[in-house]
Design a binder for this molecule. Sequence first.
Ligand SMILES: Cc1cc2nc3c(=O)[nH]c(=O)nc-3n(C[C@H](O)[C@H](O)[C@H](O)COP(=O)(O)O)c2cc1C
Length: 354
Amino acid sequence: MPRRTALTELLGIEHPVIQAPMGGAATPELAAAVSATGALGSLGAAVLPPDELVRQAGAVRAATDRPFNVNFFCHQPPELDASGAARARERFGPLYRELGLGQPPEPSVPPIAFDEARLAALLEIRPAVASFHFGLPDRAAVGAIREAGCRVLSSATTVAEAEDLAERGADAVIAQGAEAGGHRGSFLVAGDDGPVGTLALVPQVVDAIDLPVIAAGGIGDGRGLAAALALDAAGAQIGTAFLACPEAAIHPLYRDALRSTRADATTITRAFSGRPARALHNRATEEAGADPLPFPAQLSMSGPLGAAAAERGSGDFLAMWAGQAAPLARELPAAELVARIVSDAQHVLAALAD
Ligand SMILES: Cc1cc2nc3c(=O)[nH]c(=O)nc-3n(C[C@H](O)[C@H](O)[C@H](O)COP(=O)(O)O)c2cc1C
């Protein structure tokens, strides 16, 4: 049975569940399957070029007329300095040689920041929801997006970040706890040290701002959704649990690793992208995280290494983003997973009400 919250009202959805946008992993098939259930599906759009984003959004629309979410990264692209680049090549040298890749490439900055072209694509697509990571675009862009009829969401990892997002025009705030898989959405704090857990963060954000709050991080089943609602969140954004769905696009080695993982097998690392993100522990998190290039330039060094190792059947250097609830993930089609999470949460809440 649908459960109404401030979030379902705001977004025009039936279930207070958002399938997290997951760069690379969240396909149009996944987003469409989730949206069709009445929850909110999201494209892993942040890393897509604008024309591919428009194509993927079209594929979601062709499959369902329900609301869906398109997501972007709001970082400032860095300037690379020659000495940092030289140090990175030196550090990655032995690993590249070990994998027979020769000399590491000259570092570069992948063009994945929200920009004019992505804004134009977003305004062309006009999804029901546009979400951002690492803050929000400037006020003019936020105004244009809202005027186009999109609800604007972004992630906060502290109360101050939530207040900042509220002040800059967000319609709802995702309170992302330390347990979360993938990049920390932090933009006023560095995000590596002392990240606040979901249980502590959500009620503090609820108390601080006058907007619907969405809990994220470590929510892997109906018990987690019920807990988020008990904390006064208006819904939950769930990432890692959807990685096990057949509709998610992840490398078979990554899928296997998730099957056998433990809650303590993840770590927050800058090894892959240069920004703190939670991933399964492997040789890359152990050996490639020191003195990283600024986000997202580190990807230009870590990406080829991960791909080459994976080609040889090893996940040693693969970026396998995952949260602490990974062992709760069930290998179900996305629609079944949403139905299970929603009905289990209802049972938990009903049992607690007795
Ligand atoms: C594989 C993966 C990729 C992610 N990519 C993004 C992304 O592109 N944009 C974003 O806003 N959040 C991204 N996240 C973070 C999620 O939005 C969310 O905060 C997180 O998944 C919640 O924690 P959980 O994984 O424990 O459910 C990603 C998470 C995972 C697991």
